[in-house]
Design a protein around this ligand. Sequence first.
Ligand code: AMP
Ligand code: GLY
Length: 434
Amino acid sequence: MQLLVIGSGGREHALAWKLSLSPHVHKVFVAPGNAGTAHEPGLENVSLTSIPDLIEFAKKEHVTITIVGPEIPLAEGIVDAFHAAGLRIFGPTQQAAQLETSKLFAKDFMRRHQIPTADYASFTDPVLAHQYIDHSAIPLVIKADGLAAGKGVVVAQTHEQAHTAVNAILVEGHLGTAGNEIIIEEFLQGTEVSFIVMTDGRSILPLATSQDHKRLNDGDLGPNTGGMGAYSPAPFVSPDLHARILRDIIYPVVAGMKQDGMNYTGFLYAGLMITPDNQAKVLEFNCRLGDPETQPIMLRLKSDLFELIDHAVNGALDSIDIEWDRRTALGVVMAARGYPDNPRKDDTIHGLFELISQQKDTHDFHVFHSGTRMGGLEDKEFVTAGGRVLCATALGENIKIAQQNAYKLIENIHFKDYHIRRDIGYQAINHLKK
Ligand code: AMP
Ligand code: GLY
């Protein structure tokens, strides 16, 4: 059978690659995909992005299930439109996706359903927001309500920074309508963990835990990015904490959405802060898989991903198990110089063809593409085409070896002035030393 994956990043490359390994799957279309998905056996790029075009394509090619990678099509209602056309698709409806698309919706939902999260207040009036800041202790976290491609959150270390953020979002409108309303939130200390599950609206299947590295530079310094690297599993999540996260956060979210008349199906990503007293609190929800978390998670997944998604779409997740490689997987993002603000583009990437031929014979490592395209002489070279370019991902017996293996992959790849973090996985390594 044929599947369709929507998106063009490393997450979608990893998803489509894993789906293509299923014996049930003949071909995975990726819309629009990247140069990595173009060179992957069993995958085929289709240069379509509009929802009506994708529906027409899915019908014409008898696509069995469509899987949505990024949040934008979900926010635009792609799931509702596919359902209306009688097509099978895995992801939340536009209404349910509000858990990610409106931070205010998510916070009010959590308050209503007693799901642990930072205390907050919301504002449309900058005068009231400024007053609130004057009466609050710092640090404070200022968040725009709507989708802002990672630019909607300011962690203010001083009152002045908090006032400036309010003015930028509410008064000067730097984020457009995404900033019509803001949340001012209590700052939470601790360790961040990504907790991702699949749900059919009733049953829940947790994926392996993971940790992202959101800041641009080593030691978690520099600006926020989409994520500079990730690994799985996150050793901070003990079996006891894992059970509490499911009991106190994940199950109440899925049950609460159902109760509120917005049955949630799809991947659900809870960005959690594990506080020093070992409690999990929600920082944010995403209505999709994480990027780059998906890349190491897919490398560890032993089960047939198609079968998992097929069961989820049929409302039968309770009748399937999920199996993981017990090794650790770690992915390092290679970004273009200037990322995240103004990444350089159109540089030739060397070394990928050799790696592609090596990774045909093993599932122990994989270089997933994000911002790449074919270019150069006769369009036969890989060329950079975005901020995050590649994610070199490898398995290892433990976090240290997975880290070594991933950085060894990078030694084989070169493009001009690329930027990587050298410390992906450091928190897990420090944790094991303790
Ligand atoms: P978000 O998009 O809400 O996950 O926020 C982006 C990043 O800001 C998170 O990954 C955290 O590093 C940080 N952050 C958000 N909310 C808080 C908070 N309440 N306390 C501390 N850090 C936060
Ligand atoms: N890696 C964080 C995200 O996908 O939102």
